[in-house]
Design a protein around this ligand. Structure first.
Ligand SMILES: Cc1cc2nc3c(=O)[nH]c(=O)nc-3n(C[C@H](O)[C@H](O)[C@H](O)COP(=O)(O)OP(=O)(O)OC[C@H]3O[C@@H](n4cnc5c(N)ncnc54)[C@H](O)[C@@H]3O)c2cc1C
Length: 150
């Protein structure tokens, strides 16, 4: 998460003057904000639970971080709404990697690790595309219905 956040902050700070990377930077911001806030929420909840009743004491400051997580999940755009934007744009831009599997997978080999990451990206893409298909059908039916009643 920290690697991702630093990457986005650096990209934001060092944007190209001609603005050609601006949409990409905006998309990265829209992805890292929800991921960080959701991560904080999960972390603070698990941490409070592990501390039992002691976790409720204000001296242990879980409440502050719980509040911060919820502020982060909603402020500057609700997390789910931002993630919908990211998912939709990624879906239209992503081109599946053409991969050939290594004969014997060696996790000390950086090319093999890159292969696994790209394979996972392809699989996530398929998963998302199938999930979004249902939403697209719903939108088309809704538009058709809207057309008839107007
Ligand atoms: C701590 C904090 C500080 C803030 N500071 C400021 C500030 O300084 N200035 C300012 O102007 N505003 C500020 N805001 C307001 C903030 O910008 C909005 O709360 C935020 O953009 C979310 O919009 P919303 O409250 O209308 O919620 P919504 O976006 O309407 O979200 C409400 C619920 O509806 C769901 N939802 C919404 N749209 C969809 C959709 N298309 N599909 C599926 N589900 C959907 C969401 O997932 C969520 O569960 C602040 C908010 C917070 C929490």
């Amino acid at each position: 998460m920290t690697f991702g956040l630093n990457k986005v902050k650096r990209s934001w700070a060092a944007q190209l003057e001609d603005g050609s990377d601006h949409q990409n930077v905006v998309r990265m911001c829209c992805a890292i904000k929800p991921m960080s806030a959701w991560h904080l929420n999960k972390t603070v909840t698990a941490s409070r639970e592990r501390c039992g009743g002691q976790g409720y004491l204000s001296a242990n400051r879980f409440g502050e971080f719980f509040g911060s997580a919820h502020a982060g999940m909603t402020a500057e755009g609700d997390n789910s709404v931002l993630m919908q934007k990211v998912a939709k744009e990624h879906l239209s831009m992503f081109k599946p990697h053409q991969l050939s599997a290594p004969e014997a997978l060696d996790l000390a080999n950086i090319d093999h690790i890159a292969y696994l990451l790209m394979k996972r990206e392809n699989e996530q893409y398929d998963l998302l595309r199938n999930k979004m298909k249902k939403a697209v059908v719903f939108t088309q039916v809704f538009k058709l219905f809207g057309f008839f009643v107007s």
